[in-house]
Design a binder for this molecule. Sequence first.
Ligand code: SAH
Ligand code: SF4
Length: 480
Amino acid sequence: MAPRRGGAYNDLPMDALRVHITAYGCQMNRLDAALVAEVMQAAGALIVADAAEADVLLYLTCAVRGHAEDRVFSNLGALAARKRRRPDLVVGLLGCMAQEHGEAALARAPVVDLVCAPGRLADLPDLVARARAGERPVALDPRREESDAGGAASDAALDRIAVGRAPGGEWPGQAYVVAMRGCDNFCAYCVVPYVRGPERSRPPETILEEARRLVGGGVREITLLGQAVNRYQAASGGRAWDLADLLAAVAAVPDLARLRFVTSHPGAMTPRLALAFRDVPHVMPHLHMPAQAGSDAVLRRMNRGYTAAEYAARVAMVREAAPGVAVVSDFIVGFPGETAADFEATLDLVRRMRFAAGFVFKYSPRPGTAAAREFPDDVPADQKRRRHQALSEAIAAIAAEENRRFVGRRVRVLVEGASPRPNLHAAGRRLRPGWGQLRGRTPCHRLVVLDGPPELIGREVEAEVVEAGAVTMFGRIPEE
Ligand code: SAH
Ligand code: SF4
């Protein structure tokens, strides 16, 4: 997004301060990065793309896995020399790690000047000003056992900033919209319910207003976000709303081309939502619904609330309502007590479900979670590594087979931009004058690389799939 000066707060000390934002982790953090940009610009700061030019470095961090945290601490450590040369440089630790470590982050990472939890991002201009005055402010969300209302109060401040917010998506025509914040599922391994607070759904009016503004500004595709977004629940206009209702309302925004939602929890998958894939126009045939494991014993220890058979039944229900839906899953390997037979059950689920894609993570104990408290981290690191590799390979092999079924078929591709690897698959082929290699996505979110004129960016085209791998399909625009 283009740097913008001014707004109503020009007299604040942020004026002309150059701010660089780095976001790690999930889509929620990418969206928070847009929110941070907005609040800092409203206070008069400039957002800069080059960290070397910045007066203020802000890190939106992820606490979901130990590895993600280690990376942030090591990147912060590497700033020490620069900070010695430039003592007025302000370094901020924002997001989930800020909430998790709190005050202690200041001792662990001495370059950090301010700590700001996800719900306190509206306070950033003030925190930066205090840091510049020599304080080391720490702004945290209330702990969930202390207050349920605290989260809701700061949400209103975040929603106010959202006015005018830039798309936080993968390409300018795509935008994420928060449907729900927080999580109440308490999967045994997961830190999210602690750092993001209790589950709360945003009112449909707020979501619709944001969707209309985004589409009015040129956005073609909206993805509704929530940790278990299919648990969406609101009351408005004298009736109860679930995610199916919300999808229908957002889908009706004129000129919206595509609508998606992530992430779905298998336990909250309803027949109504399955039918939304069939009945609500613009809802794409793409469901991210993590299984996490295929062994009932592991699923029980994970506190996931379903068995492998129940998971499979939910997938079958969706596919019966809408046969082409691409199902995507996450998996954790090496959860405490996972035996070879447990892992085999996960492989078996993968073979039966034929996922379009899957994300595999090695278990890492997170402080404060039930799993870290109750179970020793007893699967050896090399075993985790082997299972990670075997499962990733099994998922990729099936994804490639599924992708190859599209060869010779026509798909509708929403073109997102130039392909970042322009020479990919270029051998033996001549581009028409003025054409380039483009990338886009099918309705089921499969990546397609194809040749075409740049005017197609942001538009949907019919393409014939000529070749397919595990991740990318290659298409061509038919001659006629
Ligand atoms: N709310 C979403 C995503 C949560 S975090 C959901 O429920 O699907 C994204 C993924 O990280 C999870 O799906 C899980 O596979 C993985 N994950 C979460 N905590 C983890 C941990 N402690 N160790 C390893 N992987 C973890
Ligand atoms: Fe974590 Fe489970 Fe909530 Fe997802 S649903 S954020 S894995 S507790």
